[in-house]
Design a protein around this ligand. Structure first.
Ligand code: SF4
Ligand code: SF4
Length: 328
């Protein structure tokens, strides 16, 4: 047995993009594999949960966990990884704050199951078969244990203790590589720190920043579905709701470089407790009206305001499930 650091990867309620992001390290992944032993990575390697259970406590140097916690199985595996790991890293927006799957917290578990299994236009389920919620299913004569769908999606740190956070949807290869180097350097930052990304806003690294006026003021918001932005001018100054000013940098402004406004996947800057609240107050502040009603009118023209301002952070927001009761 060698003494190389042991690393685990696990995915919870995830689209798979964060797993792709690790593979996107490309040739650097060979460097990573030569520095560490990967002891668990269900998407890529044939280790079983029993292999992890057999490891001594605290023997995994670092576990990277992506996705939010939505199934009983996620809870079980992340608790096991916490027990076996010295460090746990929330990898990607879903693990950090709930991410896009967290928007489903605007609906109850029953509403989600009914929609998915019974009422979508493409569903054919005449016998109205629903997933069992008692944790068991019958396979022929055999009773097997199956995961249950939890009442809501939770960010990772609401289920287990988390040491570090790597933001992004998904984190870019550069951010992942930076974070791996921080973790392997032996000089660990303070617990709870965001690693691999910038501590400044996205605007600071955006190539269009020099065209952003000191005080942006607009009369109405535009949308990329019916407006083609110029590539040489700050998107916010053109009226697109770019969230760069309130979002942590580090991604290299990839979306803006593709003429798409920032949607906030690197999450809040330090000391911002509610990303959506900050985003909403920022958007309201650039509307060039004296009258509050006129500002409300323009904000309400934005389709799906909660999806815009809380796209990645709803389960971590101050509002949490309040939006569900407001919607009813
Ligand atoms: S953070 Fe983005 S890329 Fe990663 S699992 Fe969530 S939705 Fe997918
Ligand atoms: S385009 Fe967006 S990220 Fe770039 S400077 Fe303007 S507001 Fe900031």
């Amino acid at each position: 047995m060698n003494n190389r650091p042991k690393v685990a990867f696990y995915w919870c309620a995830s689209c798979g993009g964060c797993e792709e992001a690790v593979v996107d390290l490309a040739e650097k992944i060979i460097d990573v594999v030569s520095l560490v032993d990967i002891v668990f990575w269900p998407v890529a390697m044939d280790y079983k949960l029993s292999d992890v259970e057999a490891l001594p406590d605290n023997s995994i140097t670092v576990s990277f966990i992506n996705g939010g916690i939505r199934l009983s199985e996620h809870e079980k595996v992340v608790r096991l990884l916490r027990q076996k790991s010295k460090l746990v890293v929330a990898y990607g927006a879903c693990a950090c704050w709930g991410g896009i799957p967290g928007l489903a917290n605007q609906y109850s578990r029953e509403e989600i199951l009914e929609r998915v299994y019974l009422t979508t236009p493409t569903t054919a389920n005449p016998e109205k078969i629903m997933p069992p919620q008692d944790g068991y299913a019958k396979l022929g004569d055999v009773k097997i244990e199956v995961p249950t769908f939890l009442p809501e999606l939770k960010p990772l740190d609401e289920v287990i203790d988390v040491d570090y956070y790597i933001p992004g949807c998904p984190p870019t290869p550069e951010v992942t590589w930076n974070a791996i180097n921080v973790l392997l350097s032996g000089k660990l930052p303070d617990k709870g720190t965001v690693i691999g990304a910038s501590n400044r806003s996205l605007c600071d690294e955006c190539p269009l920043n020099k065209t952003k006026p000191e005080n942006v003021l607009i009369k109405e918001f535009k949308r990329v579905v019916n407006y083609s932005p110029r590539a040489d001018t700050c998107l916010l100054a053109q009226g697109l709701p770019c969230l760069g000013p309130v979002t942590r940098g580090g991604c290299g402004a990839l979306c803006v470089k593709a003429n798409m406004p920032c949607t906030g996947c690197f999450g809040p800057l330090e000391n911002i407790h509610d990303y959506g609240g900050k985003a909403l107050s920022f958007l309201a502040s650039i509307l060039d009206y004296e009258n509050e009603e006129e500002i409300k009118r323009e904000i309400s023209k934005l389709p799906d305001v909660s999806g815009l301002i809380y796209k990645y952070t709803l389960p971590k927001s101050l509002l949490k499930n309040l939006l569900r009761s407001v919607r009813k």
